[in-house]
Design a protein around this ligand. Structure first.
Ligand code: G4P
Length: 528
């Protein structure tokens, strides 16, 4: 490994944002990109959100696919770090992709609305982070508005998400009384002026809170801050980088994204503390980012601009070595050598000059449906990365064909769409129905539209009484047989032959789990 390769790995930060709709992810993303000088990108993020708001109609979504491909990976430089921010789709386009993007990041940033505390989508995304012990930094947003007491928000995070909080900044008032934040880490006071950006260098250094300058600057709120900090010293956890890197502690910042207040303060700490690309697990061994041979895995597939050509872009995360445009690599699942000439390397500014990508970077590979989620590409050793699973769907539909002569096309379409992770396909043990499962409901519209345009299949949906699914397994063959017999009506095979239990409610699932202690119920399933 060359010195340059090590340097390139160490200065990369690849992360995603977890938040509930409206907490301020788009606003924060834009500010982060502006700090990194990625001005055009910032515009695209806003445009994408505007398009999404206008309609959830799939055809209009197609028109903005160009934007969504470029804003899937947002790359910027900050203080000599190369930051890759991977988009975690939310709102109407919340889907399994949102979960899967989190399998390709080294850390996450959690955005919380100070008036709402922890909300459902954040909780779900946090579960995915927990599977991989992903380190999480927290930004509590909208301090320019009234909200919950800061200590109550921290308690909510600790209780709901089972992660220790370590505040690195502390707010002084909120809403109309919001005066700024005190950075506990650097002992600096940043004063807030609505509508005006504050840079970390504008902050006032106050080592000793009894300094009378504090009273001059904050008036009666100086004593409130002193009391808060005294309280925190006794009650809050001190920041422990090791705890953070293990995913057991989240450093917390307070601010207001729309006013660009507290954002750079957090970004500064983020690039310093967040992990560089971490080793990745394969079926046979752990792959270090510092290894010379190239390797990477596909975590997302997106239908591209021209649906008639079944043109796809597969997003691959580089795990080791250096990717060079035009290099020959092995596509392991199908055992073929491919030349990746037609690959998009996502880059910060100048799109034409960069020819290489390093661990932590994402490249987009153009293909016509040959690539599946979880596929591994490498230049030598046969590897299969793990930890890029399917996630239990929460919405279900039965597909009914309008023209029965199109069964073959329907099967082909559903198989391919399932392979690219757009939807999950289940075939019940007791009949020949096609049951689709998805994490977000918009996927169903997308699938119907794509079945029609790409496969010429006219079909419709029927509702079906399932609310959740688990993949099942058992060491004891006899017990498993008995379970299958008794639960036939609720069992189905997924597109890779995995057996799943489909339940009409969480309660029904819980009841079945209790009844069958020997059966293991999995919320995720690895791809073959
Ligand atoms: P999202 O991507 O997480 O869904 O959130 P987004 O950034 O779009 O923010 C949601 C709403 O919250 C937006 O208002 C945005 O302006 C507002 N917002 C974001 N950060 C702050 C903040 O620090 N303080 C306050 N007071 N509001 C904030 P909107 O009215 O829905 O949209 P828009 O008309 O402003 O675009």
């Amino acid at each position: 490994m060359s010195k340059n390769h090590r340097k390139e790995v160490d200065r990369r930060r690849t992360f995603g944002i977890i938040s509930h709709p409206d907490a301020g992810k788009t606003t924060l993303t834009e500010k982060l990109l502006l700090f990194g000088g990625a001005i055009q990108m910032a515009g695209a993020v806003k445009a994408r959100k505007a398009a999404r708001h206008a309609t959830s109609d799939w055809m209009s979504m197609e028109q903005e696919r160009g934007i969504s491909v470029t804003s899937s990976v947002m790359k910027f430089n900050y203080n000599d770090y190369e930051v890759n921010l991977l988009d975690t789709p939310g709102h109407q386009d919340f889907s399994e992709d949102t979960y899967r993007v989190l399998t390709a990041v080294d850390s996450a940033l959690m955005v919380i609305d100070n008036a709402k505390g922890v909300e459902t989508q954040t909780r779900k995304l946090m579960e995915v982070c927990r599977m991989r012990n992903t380190p999480i930094m927290t930004f509590i947003n909208k301090l320019d508005r009234e909200g919950l007491e800061p200590l109550d928000i921290l308690a909510d995070i600790e209780e709901t998400l089972q992660v220790e909080c370590a505040p690195l900044s502390w707010p002084i008032g909120m809403g109309k009384r919001f005066k700024g934040t005190y950075n506990l880490y650097r002992k600096r006071l940043s004063l807030f002026t609505p509508g005006q950006e504050t840079r970390p260098q504008d902050a006032v250094v106050i080592d000793d809170l009894s300094d009378p300058r504090l009273d001059e600057l904050l008036g009666s709120q100086a004593d409130e801050l002193r009391e808060d900090i005294e309280l925190l010293e006794g009650a809050a956890n001190p920041f422990d980088p090791e705890h953070y890197l293990k995913g057991n502690q989240t450093p917390v910042f307070f601010g207001s994204a729309i006013n660009n207040f507290g954002v750079e303060e957090m970004l500064e700490a983020f690039v310093e503390q967040a992990p560089a690309p971490r080793p990745a697990q394969t079926l046979t061994r752990e792959v270090s980012p510092y290894e010379d041979p190239f390797s990477g895995f596909v975590f997302k597939i997106q239908a591209n601009m021209d649906p008639a050509h079944r043109d796809r872009i597969a997003f691959l995360r580089v795990c080791s070595g250096t990717f060079k445009r035009g290099m020959k690599v092995k596509h392991h699942r199908i055992g073929k050598d491919v030349t990746l000439a037609n690959a998009t390397i996502f880059m910060a500014q100048d799109r034409t000059n960069v020819e290489e990508a390093f661990p932590g970077d994402i490249i987009g590979i153009h293909n016509h449906g040959t690539i599946k989620i979880g596929d591994t590409f490498s230049d030598k050793e046969a590897l299969k990365f793990t930890g890029i699973p399917s996630f239990a769907p929460e919405h279900f539909r039965r597909v009914r064909l309008k023209n029965p002569l199109k069964t073959k096309q329907l099967e082909k379409g559903l198989k391919q769409l399932a392979e690219e992770g757009a939807v999950q396909l289940f075939r019940p043990l007791i009949n020949t129905d096609y049951i689709l499962g998805a994490v977000g409901v918009l996927q169903f519209d997308v699938i119907m539209s794509r079945l029609q345009t790409e496969y010429g299949v006219d079909a419709l949906y029927e509702g079906i009484d399932y609310a959740t699914a688990r993949w099942v397994e058992c060491d004891d063959d006899k017990k498993f047989e008995e379970f299958e017999k008794k639960n036939q009506a609720n069992l189905a095979k997924d597109s890779e032959g995995g057996l799943a239990f489909l339940a009409s409610s969480e309660w029904r699932l819980g009841h079945t789990i209790e009844q069958w202690p020997e059966i293991v119920f999995h919320k995720t399933r690895e791809h073959n």
